[in-house]
Design a protein around this ligand. Structure first.
Ligand code: FAD
Ligand code: AMP
Length: 478
């Protein structure tokens, strides 16, 4: 092992591994240090996203959706199935296979691109030196031309609900249940809580989601949040807003959860409790006192718009820095930093980060919500198109939701796009591309979309901004 590299990356999640691969592609000698160990106790690449986040949760969401669809919706399209049942251990085993295939893929990409994988812990010292402690305890000090910190985040734990093996778990534990819990409690109606709640609700759990805030999905467009809440409740998620969890006690093989709603104390008893109250930046033992990197008041590594820390030659990317904790945001930051180190001048467009909730229907958006645009005081127009009027959605028997496009009234520039509906995660990419290219709603309206597709709902919503959607009666005629 060399003791000096052009670039050393600490953390091999989507932010760190992308930075390492891009740096190596650009001809820099690159090492990536990561300390994660898989279920088999061996080092794994891919960080939270591949091992305990995006990928395993989507594997369970897709599996549980197939089961639920077969059970509840196939008959409506003339497909009769009997004896549909869920095999939870098989579902979890397949999820593990998907994870190991993908984490193994990163190992292959590191090899193919010439990134040195150092399995163990990295700590930043002064002057771009990095202390590397291998899993066997051997310590070596490495010198880097540039350092990229990408240590990610970990679940927030709250004092009232200490994690208790088999009963009170975080999002990682919720991906490993070996049977469907008859009664499931979830603390937090954020993205992770809703996705995990959907998985187990579809498989038969009675799910109660306790959320401290009075408002549901405050970061989403109000109309989308309102309709999504209605749908989730219809699906059986018992979402209780304004409920602050104050305690949890394991007794007689169950969890008694106490919570406050207004001035009243309530309690529920569940078989398992998932704590999904958010994530926090992970910086434990990452920085020496004299390394020159500072934290902000919320514990994130302090960086500028280009992800540079206060220490020359040291950058930080991904969940550990400001901005939404999303894999794609971290990846783009990692690639930007690697390219900037190589002398190129890319930027991350923080105004165009798509957000997705992978429930069914999915929720996805990019740009401003209507309430944000309204608050800015600028005049705007809205075009909205329901999937109930989409031929493809009707053919697929999947008609819930709508596409909503908000455009500036003066310039017609698209300010925000909100999708609640089937394949919203894929549809929103069209909006992201449009906004990246500074498109107007008219540009999108003048674009041809294949028929019949769900994408036509995006087209019709764009036409609707000016009041001339074809497949619905427009309120304002132009
Ligand atoms: P991480 O992925 O957290 O990786 C950091 C890595 O660095 C880890 O392997 C860690 O062990 C290692 N590390 C930390 N400190 C050190 C050190 N000192 N030395 C060596 N190694 C170190 N995001 C999406 O965009 N879409 C989704 O659908 C989605 N679903 C999610 C579902 C769940 C259940 C969860 C929990 C998260 C989900 N996320 C999703 C969020 C996503 O996982 C994170 O935004 C993303 O993983 C952050 O990437 P990162 O590279 O910054 O950090
Ligand atoms: P997110 O940060 O999007 O993952 O969402 C986490 C959610 O958990 C937030 O909406 C918080 O309001 C909620 N939350 C945090 N602590 C509690 C608590 N003690 N009881 C109920 N909800 C909580």
């Amino acid at each position: 092992m060399s003791d000096s590299y052009d670039v050393i990356v600490i953390g091999a999640g989507p932010a760190g591994y992308a930075a390492a691969i891009r740096a190596a592609q650009l001809g820099m000698s690159t090492a990536c240090i990561d300390k994660s160990l898989g279920k088999d106790g061996k080092p794994v690449l891919g960080g939270t996203c591949l091992n305990w986040g995006c990928i395993p949760s989507k594997a369970l969401l897709d599996a549980s959706h197939k089961y639920h669809d077969a059970k509840e919706n196939f008959a409506a399209v003339g497909v009769q199935v009997e004896g549909v049942r869920i095999d939870v251990p098989a579902m979890i085993a397949r999820k593990d296979e998907v994870v190991s295939g993908l984490t193994g893929g990163i190992t292959g990409l590191f090899k193919g691109n010439g990134v040195t994988h150092l399995a163990g812990t990295g700590k930043l010292l002064a002057d771009r030196k990095v202390e590397f402690t291998a899993h066997d305890g051997a310590v070596q000090v490495l010198q880097a031309g540039h350092v990229i910190l990408a240590p990610g985040s970990v679940p927030v734990e709250i004092p009232p609900t200490p994690l208790t093996e088999g009963y009170i778990v975080d999002s990682t534990g919720a991906l490993e249940f070996d049977a469907v819990p008859p009664r499931l409690g979830i603390i937090g109606a954020g993205v992770i809580g809703l996705e995990l709640g959907s998985v187990w609700n579809r498989l038969g759990s009675e799910v109660v989601v306790l959320e401290a805030l009075e408002e549901f999905l405050p970061m989403a467009d109000e109309r989308v949040a309102r309709d999504a809440l209605k749908t989730y409740k219809k699906q059986g998620l018992d979402v209780r807003l304004g409920c602050l969890v104050t305690g949890a006690e394991v007794a007689d093989g169950a969890v008694n959860v106490t919570y406050k709603s207004g001035d009243e104390q309530h309690s529920i008893t569940v078989d398992k409790l998932i704590v999904a109250v958010g994530r926090r930046p992970y910086t434990q033992n990452l920085l020496s006192n004299d390394c020159g990197v500072n934290l902000d008041e919320r514990g994130f590594l302090f960086v500028n718009d280009l992800c540079a820390t206060d220490a020359p030659g040291v950058y930080a990317v991904g969940d550990v820095v400001r901005g939404p904790m999303l894999a794609h945001k971290g990846t783009e930051e990692g690639v930007m930093v690697a390219e900037r180190i190589a002398g190129f001048k890319p930027l991350v467009n923080y105004d165009c980060i798509p957000s997705v909730i992978y429930t069914h229907p999915e929720v996805a958006w990019v740009g401003k919500t209507e309430q944000e645009v309204k608050a800015s005081g600028d005049a705007y127009n809205v075009g909205q198109f329901p999937f109930a009027a989409s031929g493809r959605a009707l053919a697929a028997n999947d008609t819930e939701g709508f596409v909503k496009i908000i455009a500036d009234a003066q310039t017609d520039r698209i300010l925000g796009v909100h999708v609640f509906g089937p394949q919203a995660s894929e549809l929103v990419a069209q909006a992201v591309i449009s906004m990246e290219f500074d498109a107007s709603a008219e540009d999108l309206g003048l674009t041809m979309f294949a028929h019949p597709t769900l994408s036509e709902a995006m087209h019709e919503a764009a036409l609707g901004v000016a009041g001339h959607a074809i497949h619905m009666v427009n309120r304002k005629k132009k």
